[in-house]
Design a protein around this ligand. Structure first.
Ligand code: V47
Length: 363
């Protein structure tokens, strides 16, 4: 309790919390106190508006060389359920999204050895040509690093080419957990945490903003969580390029981690809310948008998370394959009216935002 009092004092005095403070928060069971503090800091930093975006997720392929142990989405080439969308199929999805009022396409897929760099450039060019006002938030840092490998270009050259083709931002996926030892156990084939941060730093350096995520609730330790969040905070001090932080709740169904009996259940609701609150407290003043991603948290918990430090509930989404392959039970589409209802019912002000966090309309 004494340690928490010190953290409350520091937070109230806008003093930066350190690694030890983060650990105290992670190990505390006083969710009510931590939540109330995070909610207060949220109100002081960003006020009562809760952001959402009219967006559509497009997953272009699930054929993946990475084979992460927490992932139920990937398939081998030729395996039942493997798919790769043609550019025409992507255009059809974009047309549907546009008709439904989407202002952002969130495009992510896999590390598919059969797809050349030109495919990615083509997708962006065609989408940008047909829908010039649509934001194209596409390809995680992991995909960007893979494109550098397959094209023989540098990360900077890949990003410049994608930007020229119409890329407006990078989603925050693929960060998982930066700690090398834990990372090797859950995604041994994936780029390191350092490399993920390097791609983001390069993107931010040429004016491409991005998000950052963290996958939690598998085998990570409280130390891994605090280290992960603080590494994002450190890069943000240098670049200011992260727009939002999104904790991603691990879903175990159909994953290697579950099949091998390494992780049998996802995190509890208590853990979910604590991670939101700790993210707000450690990142405040640096990354001020904390997302409670309803696809992973479910409608009810994502609404409650708004009282634990979150100020963004993501968006309409429309189609989602990654969480649903791993047992996600939320629907794939959340109509705007429903998001507005959830936010108002939580006593907050719904604000539709653009991909780059400009206000489109307050409700
Ligand atoms: O990179 C994979 C994670 C991510 C599982 O930037 C899993 O606005 C839980 O990054 N259980 C993709 N998570 C989702 C993502 C995202 C989502 C919403 C908004 C934004 C944003 C980004 O999902 C992957 C990986 O970290 N993931 N498998 C699983 N079984």
């Amino acid at each position: 309790m004494e340690e928490l009092s010190r953290i409350i004092e520091k937070s109230m005095a806008s003093e930066e919390l350190d690694f030890e403070d983060g650990l105290v928060l992670m190990k505390s069971k006083n969710i009510t106190l931590i939540g109330a503090l995070a909610d207060h800091i949220r109100k002081r930093t960003v006020g009562d508006k809760v952001m959402f975006v009219s967006n559509c997720h497009i997953n272009y392929s699930n054929v993946c060389a990475s084979k992460c142990k927490f992932c139920a989405y990937f398939r081998e080439e030729g395996q039942k359920g493997a798919f790769t969308l043609t550019i025409e199929e992507i255009m059809e999805k974009a047309q549907k999204a546009s008709k439904m009022g989407a202002t952002e396409l969130h495009i992510v897929g896999s590390l598919n050895p059969a797809l050349p760099f030109e495919y990615y450039v083509d997708v962006l060019e065609k989408l940008h040509q047909k829908y010039p006002s649509m934001s194209l938030k596409a390809f995680t840092a992991v995909e960007v690093a893979y494109l550098a490998k397959v094209s023989g270009l540098s990360i900077l050259e890949v990003l410049l080419r994608l930007k020229k083709a119409g890329l407006t931002g990078l989603p925050g996926g693929g960060a998982e957990i930066f700690n090398e030892k834990t990372r090797r156990k859950i995604c041994p084939e994936k780029i390191s945490g350092e490399k993920w941060l390097e791609v983001m730093e390069t993107a931010h350096g040429i004016g491409i903003k991005s998000n950052a995520t963290m996958l939690y609730g598998h085998i990570e330790t409280p130390e891994d969580v605090v280290d992960h969040i603080l590494r994002i905070r450190e890069l943000q001090k240098k670049t200011t390029g992260f727009q939002a932080f999104i904790p991603l709740r691990f879903h175990p169904d159909n994953t290697y981690l579950k099949k091998e009996g390494i992780v049998n259940e996802g995190p509890t609701g208590f853990d979910d809310l604590k991670i939101i609150a700790v993210s707000r407290l450690l990142l405040t003043g640096y990354v001020d948008n904390i997302k409670s991603y309803w696809v992973m948290l479910g409608e009810k918990l994502s609404q409650i998370a708004l009282a634990y430090g979150a100020n963004d509930i993501d968006g309409t989404v429309m189609e989602e394959r990654i969480t649903h392959a791993a047992g996600g039970a939320a629907p794939e589409y959340m109509p705007k009216d429903r998001l507005i209802h959830l936010i108002k019912n939580a006593g907050r002000i719904p604000v539709e935002r653009s991909s780059d966090y400009r206000v489109i309309r307050e409700y």
